[in-house]
Design a protein around this ligand. Structure first.
Ligand code: GCV
Length: 710
């Protein structure tokens, strides 16, 4: 073949290749667009929607309505694969507005119903063929618009919509543990999204996308800085920057909050004390609050980590948690601000049980907190372990407004390397029955039935292009927002929605991915901390296993403190024969957890020190059962890798292979966890590994060395 001919053939081949790719494969995607991809819908629903949605009308003028207009122009055009005119006429096929701004909605006389849905609520109805999205506020209309997109993205019929929606919780807040130097404590997806050195002059357009994503799932607050706070954030220089961020978030209904360092009056105010009852301190915080609200009229308020892990607090001055919280609450109250006071307090005393510490510290102040204080309590009594029983402060402080703090970032769950769908874990927590007011007093109910309600999630976002470091972990951000809106949402629904919005519409692939998502939490518990074990992590980074670790300066930072393995057995006795912190639960819960026969096996070693030979429900001994769980966790990761392989070509290559690479790491780590833990526990149990459990490839000493190197 001549050179010219060869070139022509090559060119022809290339064109064919491009055509082939366009037809057969799915477009590359870097994950930046999250669940707001607005890619063209499958043909089966495309034609129906094209018939229905010919024009859109947005009736209202405000920055929020501008955002609605932009979202509808881009979203409808993308999903329907053709431009859809967005105007403000009454004869459109989709109409968004408020009774005050839309003549058509006014005619429907929905004022009373919309009012009863509250400021964030909305109604979506099909009225004589027109889809009407109505609210009493701009933000409600924005939430309704995003709901409409969810309907399209999950291919729901539009013929007879009858939806009334209102969030069940008031404060739906992300907590960013972001430091002012751009790093993120326990963040695994790059650096902080807030570029403090460029602010307020330059505003990263990404902030708008952050706000859009949050608004789309109903999140309405964002704590910008780490609870291990730096008082600099409260200086005029930083407050200007915070105000610039607040301006971007405002049209999307997101208020900013700040973590306040309790010693700020000394750190930046030059006062000799931060005693909350000292008049000069009271005046300093009041003036600071006034200064902030002048710049940011809708500032949400403060969050405080006090007298915990070295942070200053009221106890430094022999004052109580209530004294501290109420002083700050009084400073923001005239501006309708609130204070999130964290209950993560566990000062060590010799022989104490860390799991009981927060309850002991806070319970005495039940009924003593101001009306605008919310006590923010982690889901479990220790610290975001792969599995914990619910924290006894839920249902334990009936006169106090208690809100859950969940961790979306995976400090103890494999960082952004392990695929874990956390909604299953949160469901288990929210559905736990506290028996605070008899049977059925689930955590979700306790949290919901208060004057002010809320939920906080420690964010897993960062500057990584895909926001969360691992594409699948976007689902946890999504699920947190959706659960904050409705804490009863089933995990299956959340997984299905997210998958359709974010990854694929292929029914078989959706089913496979949803199954993997729903199984993932149990699997990770299996290969990390099965049967109620907890805190087996290497002390500093919290990534790999180090159950042998015993050199931290505080006992309760050492894994050996938690598992208490010995020749007899393993587990922490929290019953009457041990620390008795089980008594912090209401009697029906206490009775179940204290009774080894009735305690769910998933929490057994959390509450009991159990013989290696104990017969488990499966008929196996505890030792064999433990080994079986570790193996089962590894088996799941392997099966999931194989299952993922079958999705090649269904999901775009870019995300497909990024997830594939992460699963490879997850398998490596699951094997590491299994082998390190079993080898170590075997030194006490002195029993062979049961049949079906693989022999570790290395000696225990190698795993000990590896934890140090990591
Ligand atoms: C922000 C755990 C984490 C800390 C975190 C703390 C908290 O101890 O390891 O990084 O500090 O919880 O929630 O305050």
């Amino acid at each position: 073949m001549s050179h010219k001919k060869a070139h022509k053939a090559q060119k022809y081949g290339f064109v064919l290749f491009v055509l082939f790719c366009a037809i057969t494969s799915v477009k590359a995607d870097d994950g930046y667009r999250l669940w707001l991809r607005y890619e063209r819908l499958p043909a089966r629903s495309l034609n129906l929607y094209r018939e229905r949605i010919r024009t859109v009308s947005v009736q209202g003028t405000s920055p929020t309505f501008d955002a609605i207009r932009r979202e509808l122009s881009v979203g409808c055009a993308g999903l329907l694969g053709m431009p859809i005119p967005v105007g403000d006429r009454d004869d459109a096929s989709v109409i968004v507005g408020l009774p005050q701004t839309s003549p058509l909605i006014r005619k429907l006389r929905w004022e009373a119903e919309l009012k009863s849905l509250g400021p964030d609520g909305y109604r979506i109805r099909t009225v004589r063929g027109v889809v009407v999205i109505a609210s009493s506020t701009d933000i409600g209309a924005l939430y309704g618009t995003f709901h409409f997109f969810r309907l399209l993205q999950t291919e729901q019929p539009l013929d007879n919509l009858q939806l009334d929606q209102a969030p069940r919780l008031n404060f739906r807040v992300l907590n960013h543990w972001d430091n002012l130097d751009g790093s993120i404590e326990r963040g695994y997806a790059g650096n902080s999204l807030w570029n403090w050195s460029e602010l307020p002059e330059r505003i990263d357009p990404r902030l708008t996308d952050y706000a859009r994503a949050n608004a789309s799932i109903g999140i309405n607050g964002s704590v910008l800085n780490n609870v291990n706070a730096n008082a600099q954030i409260l200086t005029p220089e930083y407050l200007d920057k915070v105000a610039a961020i607040a301006n971007v978030f405002r049209p999307y209904g997101i208020r900013v909050y700040l973590a306040a360092r309790f010693s700020a009056p000394m750190d930046i105010g030059k006062l000799p004390t931060a005693d909350p009852l000292d008049p000069s301190v009271v005046a300093w915080w009041k003036a600071k609050a006034d200064e902030i609200y002048k710049l940011i009229p809708d500032f949400g308020g403060f969050i405080v980590k006090a007298n915990s892990e070295g942070q200053p607090g009221p106890r430094t001055y022999n004052r109580t948690h209530a004294d501290g919280a109420n002083m700050l609450a009084a400073a923001v109250a005239p501006h309708h601000g609130i204070v999130f006071w964290r209950a993560f307090v566990y000062d060590m005393k010799p022989g104490y049980d860390r799991a009981g510490a927060a309850y002991e510290n806070l319970k005495p102040f039940d009924g003593k907190f101001a009306r605008n204080v919310l006590l923010q309590v982690k889901n479990g009594p220790i610290d975001f372990q792969p599995r914990e029983p619910f924290h006894p402060l839920f249902g334990g402080m009936p006169q106090t407004q208690v809100i859950p703090e969940l961790q979306i970032t995976q400090e103890y769950l494999g960082f952004s390397n392990h695929f874990v769908f956390l909604a299953s874990m949160w469901r288990e927590f929210l559905d736990s029955d506290t028996y605070a007011a008899g049977r059925g007093s689930t955590v979700a109910k306790v949290v919901e039935h208060q004057r002010l309600t809320g939920i906080a999630g420690v964010a897993n976002t960062g500057s990584d292009r895909n926001w969360t470091g691992h594409h699948m972990l976007q689902a946890n951000w999504y699920a947190f927002g959706r659960l904050a809106w409705d804490p009863d949402t089933p995990s299956q629904q959340l997984a299905t929605e997210w998958t359709k919005l974010t990854l694929t519409h292929d029914p078989k692939a959706v089913a496979t991915i949803v199954r993997m998502m729903l199984e993932s939490h149990e699997a990770v518990v299996n290969y990390m901390t099965p049967l109620g074990l907890h805190h087996l992590f290497w002390g500093g980074h919290h990534y790999g296993p180090a159950p042998w670790w015993d050199t931290e300066k505080r006992d309760d930072w050492n894994p050996v403190y938690y598992h208490k393995a010995d020749a007899f057995g393993i587990g922490f006795d929290r019953t009457r024969t041990g620390s008795n912190t089980v008594s912090q639960y209401h009697p029906p819960v206490r009775r179940v957890f204290s009774d080894l026969q009735r305690c769910p096996e998933k929490f057994m070693l959390w509450f009991h020190h159990v013989s290696w030979d104990r017969k488990m429900k499966s008929g196996r001994t505890l030792w064999d059962e433990l080994a079986w769980h570790y193996q089962h966790g590894v088996d799941w990761v392997r099966a999931t890798r194989a299952g993922w392989g079958e999705l090649k070509g269904v999901i775009d290559e870019e995300r497909y292979s990024a997830i594939e690479r992460k699963l490879e790491i997850q398998e490596r780590d699951a094997v590491w966890w299994r082998d390190a833990c079993l080898l170590y526990f075997q030194t006490f149990a002195k029993r062979p590994l049961p049949a079906g459990v693989e022999k570790p490839a290395h000696a225990l000493a190698d795993y000990k060395a590896k934890a140090l190197d990591w």
